[in-house]
Design a protein around this ligand. Sequence first.
Ligand SMILES: *[C@@H]1O[C@H](CO)[C@@H](O)[C@H](O)[C@H]1NC(C)=O
Ligand SMILES: *[C@@H]1O[C@H](CO)[C@@H](O)[C@H](O)[C@H]1NC(C)=O
Ligand SMILES: *[C@@H]1O[C@H](CO)[C@@H](O)[C@H](O)[C@H]1NC(C)=O
Ligand SMILES: *[C@@H]1O[C@H](CO)[C@@H](O)[C@H](O)[C@H]1NC(C)=O
Ligand SMILES: CC(=O)N[C@H]1CO[C@H](CO)[C@@H](O)[C@@H]1O
Length: 410
Amino acid sequence: MQWRRRRCCTHTAKLLYLLSLLGVLIFLVHQVWLPKLTGTSMKRGFPVVFRAGGLHAAKWNLSSQHSVWRFLLIPELRFRADANFSSHEKLGVSSSEGNSHSTNPQTEHVSQRKQDANGTQTHRPFPYIINEPDKCTENRPAPFLVFLIATEARQVEARNAIRQTWGNTSLAPGLSLIRLFLLGKTEGELGLLQQKMLQAESQRHRDIIQQDFLDSYKNLTIKTLMGMNWVAVHCQQASYVMKTDSDMFVNTEYLIYKLLKPELKPKTNYFTGNNMRGFAPNRNKNSKWYMSPEQYPDEKYPTFCSGTGYVFSGDMAGKIYQTSLSTPHLHLEDVYVGICLAKLRIEPTPPPNGFLFNHWRVAYSSCKYSHLITSHGFSPNEILKYWHHLQGNKRNACINMLKGRAGRAH
Ligand SMILES: *[C@@H]1O[C@H](CO)[C@@H](O)[C@H](O)[C@H]1NC(C)=O
Ligand SMILES: *[C@@H]1O[C@H](CO)[C@@H](O)[C@H](O)[C@H]1NC(C)=O
Ligand SMILES: *[C@@H]1O[C@H](CO)[C@@H](O)[C@H](O)[C@H]1NC(C)=O
Ligand SMILES: *[C@@H]1O[C@H](CO)[C@@H](O)[C@H](O)[C@H]1NC(C)=O
Ligand SMILES: CC(=O)N[C@H]1CO[C@H](CO)[C@@H](O)[C@@H]1O
């Protein structure tokens, strides 16, 4: 009896041993096949995205331009550099520099006159309606950072909030910052009215550039390329550029002093943000982020940075713009820039930690917001509110939180 029991126990032990081996095996297989996300926080971030913030969060939720839900996650495969990069591609931008100071801004064209190898014109030029060709040269020393902020004519309040907060160009003493809002044009009666107001706003703030293309979600790529071209033509000496949106909270100081570090020699071939690695095109026709197999046949996008906020060295503006001339446009602006980067064989640099660039809304606390660069989905009033709170609590952003916790504990 005793012998049999012992024997049975060794059997059980063996069985357990085998089971645990199997477990380890399954675990390992998972590790290999699960997508490796830089900042795995992203996955954890999902439920956090729109949890806090009540009404406003709802307003900016799934319908938001850069929602994380637009992609399917698939296992990581190596990106095939299928889009062949013609080696004779020259870097730098062939600019119509000659008339950049033209008295009639209407006639100034973005230099999109290049044709691709097949002689098919993939892009046509869009003339500027409003430009600031001297903005950069007026600034001495050479700009450290240029903000390119995608916005629409009607978003006056958002622009004003940004001017007073994270887009204030005097935030970094001794460094020159430039803020530019990027716009297309609106059609119809409303468009005419908005245009008048926009002209006045431009006269007052001198921080608007606008080209003659229809301002629509599907034209965001054109808008971004307008900004890249502006930097390449009018501001080659800029050390860094950030492209972001008007519903964003940006911690400009953290970006400048903790990430970019003005005391160092400016980087080149540098591109960073919320790295989206291993994402597949959304093939659901009803989705806002639908990508047809005709437009993008590959099963996976190259690594790209969420369009809610990415940062790059000044030299990249011209390189990306130049590459775009031979790259058929896709309406998803950030994916498109990622494709240009892949063609250039420049891999986005992962940020030092996964919490810096958030393309969702991080619940506000002065402690968290003093240690991040972007958070997404804010009304103009919220930008003002949180910005001022953060400024008021900058020195002890986290101490207050600890005190608060201690207080609650008692
Ligand atoms: C997102 O917002 C829309 C309205 O803007 C609302 O109808 C919808 O229920 C919201 N979804 C969630 C998940 O909050
Ligand atoms: C790119 O083009 C070169 C020469 O045209 C060719 O040898 C190479 O196989 C191509 N690469 C890809 C990935 O298509
Ligand atoms: C920008 O910041 C400076 C210095 O902090 C401040 O004096 C100025 O009023 C701010 N500008 C705006 C438009 O808020
Ligand atoms: C983009 O802008 C161009 C030029 O104004 C316009 O013809 C085109 O319809 C726009 N595309 C979309 C999808 O709005
Ligand atoms: C006229 C011409 O150059 N046609 C080329 C267009 O592109 C395809 C594929 O890239 C080539 O095979 C053609 O020769």
